[in-house]
Design a protein around this ligand. Structure first.
Ligand code: MN3
Length: 254
Protein backbone atom coordinates (compact mmCIF):
# COMPACT_ATOMS: atom_id res chain seq x y z
CA UNK A 1 0.00 0.00 0.00
CA UNK A 2 1.55 3.28 -1.08
CA UNK A 3 1.62 6.35 1.05
CA UNK A 4 -1.35 7.83 -0.74
CA UNK A 5 -3.42 4.74 -0.07
CA UNK A 6 -2.43 4.63 3.59
CA UNK A 7 -3.30 8.28 3.93
CA UNK A 8 -6.57 7.61 2.17
CA UNK A 9 -7.30 4.65 4.46
CA UNK A 10 -6.56 6.75 7.51
CA UNK A 11 -8.77 9.46 6.11
CA UNK A 12 -11.56 6.98 5.43
CA UNK A 13 -11.25 5.41 8.86
CA UNK A 14 -11.32 8.72 10.61
CA UNK A 15 -14.89 9.22 11.71
CA UNK A 16 -16.43 12.59 11.03
CA UNK A 17 -15.81 15.05 13.83
CA UNK A 18 -18.46 14.04 16.36
CA UNK A 19 -21.21 16.54 16.93
CA UNK A 20 -20.21 16.81 20.56
CA UNK A 21 -16.73 17.97 19.57
CA UNK A 22 -18.09 20.41 17.01
CA UNK A 23 -20.52 21.64 19.61
CA UNK A 24 -17.65 21.96 22.06
CA UNK A 25 -15.69 24.07 19.58
CA UNK A 26 -18.73 26.22 18.91
CA UNK A 27 -19.41 26.61 22.60
CA UNK A 28 -15.77 27.48 23.27
CA UNK A 29 -15.88 30.20 20.62
CA UNK A 30 -19.16 31.38 22.00
CA UNK A 31 -17.87 31.37 25.54
CA UNK A 32 -14.89 33.43 24.50
CA UNK A 33 -17.22 36.04 23.10
CA UNK A 34 -19.62 35.72 26.02
CA UNK A 35 -17.01 35.98 28.73
CA UNK A 36 -15.65 39.03 27.04
CA UNK A 37 -19.10 40.46 26.44
CA UNK A 38 -20.05 39.90 30.06
CA UNK A 39 -21.15 42.97 31.89
CA UNK A 40 -19.14 45.32 29.70
CA UNK A 41 -19.89 43.75 26.28
CA UNK A 42 -16.24 43.79 25.45
CA UNK A 43 -15.06 41.99 22.34
CA UNK A 44 -11.99 39.92 23.05
CA UNK A 45 -8.71 41.25 21.81
CA UNK A 46 -6.60 38.94 19.76
CA UNK A 47 -3.35 37.45 20.90
CA UNK A 48 -1.46 39.59 18.38
CA UNK A 49 0.48 42.76 18.96
CA UNK A 50 -0.67 44.95 21.83
CA UNK A 51 -3.51 47.13 20.68
CA UNK A 52 -4.24 44.87 17.76
CA UNK A 53 -7.68 43.40 17.20
CA UNK A 54 -8.06 40.02 15.52
CA UNK A 55 -10.68 38.04 13.65
CA UNK A 56 -12.45 35.61 15.98
CA UNK A 57 -12.98 32.09 14.59
CA UNK A 58 -16.40 31.34 13.11
CA UNK A 59 -16.76 28.45 15.55
CA UNK A 60 -18.59 26.10 13.18
CA UNK A 61 -18.48 24.91 9.56
CA UNK A 62 -19.32 27.33 6.76
CA UNK A 63 -22.18 25.03 5.69
CA UNK A 64 -23.66 24.64 9.18
CA UNK A 65 -26.56 26.98 8.39
CA UNK A 66 -27.50 25.47 5.01
CA UNK A 67 -29.97 25.79 3.40
CA UNK A 68 -30.89 29.04 5.15
CA UNK A 69 -27.52 30.73 4.76
CA UNK A 70 -25.21 29.18 2.16
CA UNK A 71 -21.62 28.13 2.83
CA UNK A 72 -20.05 30.47 0.26
CA UNK A 73 -21.78 33.49 1.77
CA UNK A 74 -20.62 32.51 5.26
CA UNK A 75 -17.05 32.03 4.06
CA UNK A 76 -16.81 35.38 2.27
CA UNK A 77 -18.72 37.18 5.00
CA UNK A 78 -16.44 35.92 7.78
CA UNK A 79 -13.07 35.51 6.05
CA UNK A 80 -13.23 38.60 3.84
CA UNK A 81 -15.72 41.16 5.15
CA UNK A 82 -15.20 40.73 8.88
CA UNK A 83 -11.44 40.37 8.33
CA UNK A 84 -11.42 43.69 6.45
CA UNK A 85 -13.16 45.47 9.33
CA UNK A 86 -10.53 44.12 11.71
CA UNK A 87 -7.64 45.15 9.45
CA UNK A 88 -9.02 48.64 8.92
CA UNK A 89 -9.78 49.09 12.62
CA UNK A 90 -6.20 48.16 13.44
CA UNK A 91 -4.96 50.69 10.88
CA UNK A 92 -7.13 53.45 12.35
CA UNK A 93 -6.15 52.72 15.95
CA UNK A 94 -2.47 52.65 15.00
CA UNK A 95 -2.82 56.22 13.74
CA UNK A 96 -4.20 57.46 17.07
CA UNK A 97 -1.89 56.56 19.99
CA UNK A 98 -4.46 57.81 22.52
CA UNK A 99 -6.67 54.85 21.61
CA UNK A 100 -4.12 52.18 22.46
CA UNK A 101 -5.41 49.55 24.87
CA UNK A 102 -9.08 50.48 24.59
CA UNK A 103 -11.64 47.77 23.86
CA UNK A 104 -13.67 48.21 20.72
CA UNK A 105 -16.79 48.70 22.89
CA UNK A 106 -15.12 51.48 24.83
CA UNK A 107 -14.30 53.16 21.51
CA UNK A 108 -17.85 52.76 20.20
CA UNK A 109 -19.55 53.83 23.41
CA UNK A 110 -17.75 57.17 23.34
CA UNK A 111 -17.00 58.06 19.74
CA UNK A 112 -16.65 61.72 20.75
CA UNK A 113 -13.48 60.73 22.60
CA UNK A 114 -11.98 59.33 19.38
CA UNK A 115 -9.78 61.83 17.50
CA UNK A 116 -11.70 63.30 14.57
CA UNK A 117 -9.04 62.17 12.08
CA UNK A 118 -9.94 58.50 12.68
CA UNK A 119 -13.46 58.79 14.12
CA UNK A 120 -15.31 57.67 10.99
CA UNK A 121 -12.87 54.81 10.45
CA UNK A 122 -13.35 53.65 14.05
CA UNK A 123 -17.12 54.06 13.85
CA UNK A 124 -17.39 52.03 10.64
CA UNK A 125 -14.70 49.40 11.16
CA UNK A 126 -14.95 49.17 14.95
CA UNK A 127 -18.70 48.83 14.49
CA UNK A 128 -18.14 46.22 11.80
CA UNK A 129 -15.84 44.24 14.09
CA UNK A 130 -18.12 44.45 17.14
CA UNK A 131 -21.30 43.70 15.20
CA UNK A 132 -19.90 40.65 13.42
CA UNK A 133 -18.30 39.34 16.61
CA UNK A 134 -21.85 39.29 17.99
CA UNK A 135 -23.30 37.88 14.80
CA UNK A 136 -21.47 34.54 14.36
CA UNK A 137 -22.06 32.88 17.76
CA UNK A 138 -25.81 33.67 17.78
CA UNK A 139 -26.42 31.55 14.64
CA UNK A 140 -27.52 27.93 14.75
CA UNK A 141 -30.34 26.06 13.03
CA UNK A 142 -33.17 26.16 15.57
CA UNK A 143 -35.80 23.92 13.92
CA UNK A 144 -38.42 26.50 14.73
CA UNK A 145 -37.57 26.60 18.42
CA UNK A 146 -37.91 30.05 20.00
CA UNK A 147 -36.69 31.49 23.29
CA UNK A 148 -37.46 29.94 26.67
CA UNK A 149 -37.37 30.99 30.30
CA UNK A 150 -36.85 34.59 31.43
CA UNK A 151 -36.18 35.92 27.94
CA UNK A 152 -39.36 34.36 26.57
CA UNK A 153 -41.34 35.92 29.42
CA UNK A 154 -39.73 39.32 28.85
CA UNK A 155 -40.46 39.14 25.10
CA UNK A 156 -44.09 38.24 25.85
CA UNK A 157 -44.41 41.18 28.26
CA UNK A 158 -42.79 43.68 25.93
CA UNK A 159 -44.15 42.65 22.52
CA UNK A 160 -47.31 40.73 23.41
CA UNK A 161 -45.90 37.42 22.17
CA UNK A 162 -43.03 35.84 20.24
CA UNK A 163 -44.85 36.10 16.88
CA UNK A 164 -45.33 39.83 17.43
CA UNK A 165 -41.66 40.23 18.26
CA UNK A 166 -40.69 38.32 15.09
CA UNK A 167 -42.92 40.62 13.05
CA UNK A 168 -41.31 43.74 14.56
CA UNK A 169 -37.78 42.47 13.90
CA UNK A 170 -38.76 41.56 10.33
CA UNK A 171 -40.29 45.01 9.80
CA UNK A 172 -37.23 46.81 11.19
CA UNK A 173 -34.92 44.73 8.97
CA UNK A 174 -37.08 45.14 5.88
CA UNK A 175 -37.48 48.88 6.29
CA UNK A 176 -33.79 49.59 6.94
CA UNK A 177 -32.87 51.54 3.81
CA UNK A 178 -29.61 50.33 2.28
CA UNK A 179 -27.00 48.70 4.49
CA UNK A 180 -27.51 48.25 8.20
CA UNK A 181 -28.72 46.07 11.03
CA UNK A 182 -31.92 45.26 12.91
CA UNK A 183 -31.55 44.54 16.62
CA UNK A 184 -33.08 43.25 19.79
CA UNK A 185 -31.56 45.40 22.51
CA UNK A 186 -31.77 45.95 26.24
CA UNK A 187 -31.44 49.41 27.74
CA UNK A 188 -30.15 50.40 31.17
CA UNK A 189 -33.60 50.10 32.74
CA UNK A 190 -33.85 46.53 31.41
CA UNK A 191 -36.33 47.46 28.70
CA UNK A 192 -36.26 45.35 25.54
CA UNK A 193 -36.54 47.10 22.17
CA UNK A 194 -36.41 46.34 18.47
CA UNK A 195 -34.44 48.94 16.57
CA UNK A 196 -32.31 49.36 13.49
CA UNK A 197 -29.03 51.11 12.72
CA UNK A 198 -27.54 52.24 9.40
CA UNK A 199 -24.15 51.02 8.11
CA UNK A 200 -22.13 49.47 10.97
CA UNK A 201 -23.53 51.71 13.69
CA UNK A 202 -24.16 49.84 16.93
CA UNK A 203 -26.69 50.24 19.76
CA UNK A 204 -23.63 50.38 22.05
CA UNK A 205 -23.11 53.97 20.88
CA UNK A 206 -26.57 54.78 22.28
CA UNK A 207 -25.91 53.06 25.60
CA UNK A 208 -27.91 49.94 24.81
CA UNK A 209 -26.83 46.31 24.89
CA UNK A 210 -27.25 44.41 21.62
CA UNK A 211 -28.71 40.95 22.32
CA UNK A 212 -29.44 39.85 18.74
CA UNK A 213 -28.24 41.43 15.50
CA UNK A 214 -29.65 40.86 12.03
CA UNK A 215 -27.16 41.88 9.34
CA UNK A 216 -29.03 43.23 6.31
CA UNK A 217 -26.01 44.30 4.30
CA UNK A 218 -26.25 42.74 0.84
CA UNK A 219 -22.99 40.90 1.52
CA UNK A 220 -24.93 38.85 4.10
CA UNK A 221 -27.38 37.40 1.58
CA UNK A 222 -26.88 38.51 -2.03
CA UNK A 223 -25.23 35.33 -3.41
CA UNK A 224 -28.25 33.22 -2.47
CA UNK A 225 -31.12 35.67 -2.27
CA UNK A 226 -30.02 38.52 -4.61
CA UNK A 227 -32.56 41.33 -4.15
CA UNK A 228 -34.96 39.19 -2.08
CA UNK A 229 -34.12 40.58 1.35
CA UNK A 230 -37.49 39.46 2.82
CA UNK A 231 -36.65 35.81 2.01
CA UNK A 232 -33.28 36.14 3.75
CA UNK A 233 -34.95 37.70 6.80
CA UNK A 234 -37.44 34.85 6.86
CA UNK A 235 -34.54 32.38 6.75
CA UNK A 236 -32.65 34.28 9.45
CA UNK A 237 -35.45 33.53 11.92
CA UNK A 238 -34.61 29.81 11.41
CA UNK A 239 -30.98 30.20 12.44
CA UNK A 240 -31.21 32.20 15.66
CA UNK A 241 -29.64 30.37 18.61
CA UNK A 242 -32.00 31.56 21.32
CA UNK A 243 -29.85 30.02 24.06
CA UNK A 244 -27.10 32.46 23.14
CA UNK A 245 -29.50 35.40 23.05
CA UNK A 246 -30.92 34.36 26.44
CA UNK A 247 -27.41 34.22 27.90
CA UNK A 248 -26.68 37.74 26.61
CA UNK A 249 -29.97 38.89 28.12
CA UNK A 250 -28.91 37.47 31.48
CA UNK A 251 -25.40 38.93 31.26
CA UNK A 252 -26.86 42.34 30.40
CA UNK A 253 -28.91 42.24 33.57
CA UNK A 254 -32.27 41.25 32.09
MN1 MN3 B 1 -21.93 41.74 7.51
Amino acid sequence: MGYTNIAFAIFMNTPPVPLTRREAIRRAALLGAMTAFGSTFSVARGAGAPGAFSLPPLGYAFDALEPYIDARTMEIHHDKHHAAYVANLNKAVAEAPSLAGKSVEALLRDLDAVPESVRNAVRNNGGGHANHTLFWPQLKKNNGRGPAGELAAAIDRKFGGFAQFQRQLTDAATRQFGSGWAWLTLDRSNELAVESTPNQDTPLSKGRAPLLGLDVWEHAYYLKYQNRRPEYIEAFHRVIDWDVVAERFKQAGG
